[in-house]
Design a protein around this ligand. Sequence first.
Ligand code: SF4
Ligand code: SF4
Length: 137
Amino acid sequence: MPLDLLIRIYYICAANLTKKIMAIIITDECINCGACEPECPNNAIYEAAEEWKFSDGTALSGEIILPNGKALSADEDQEPLNDDVYYIIPDKCTECKGFHDEPQCAAVCPVDCCVPDEEHIESEEELLAKKAFMHRE
Ligand code: SF4
Ligand code: SF4
């Protein structure tokens, strides 16, 4: 079994044991079909090389402080995270918590390249708080 797959399985098991959940990341295997983008309830998915902002698809505007302490302008364009394939903004991804039972991007992706992101592990409570913050609930 390849080492990167073993590492991915380790992180998923560790997250499950500690009741932690991961954001989703799009791998380089993405074929840029665009199927995932309209399915995201948080507008967290962007096309390659496209700028993004927090106000897209959320109730946020003006200067904001995220639940994780980061301060920024919700209306300001931000640099794309990937110039080659679709990408997900970790600070906007809630694993679809509060909207759906499973990540919608992963559910529709034809090449299964929407996978757990071991760099961004959060609890269900943290993800629901992020969702409530973004949609001003
Ligand atoms: Fe959007 Fe849900 Fe995919 Fe996160 S898991 S990027 S919230 S569709
Ligand atoms: Fe890429 Fe999958 Fe999204 Fe299509 S559905 S753009 S292959 S991540």
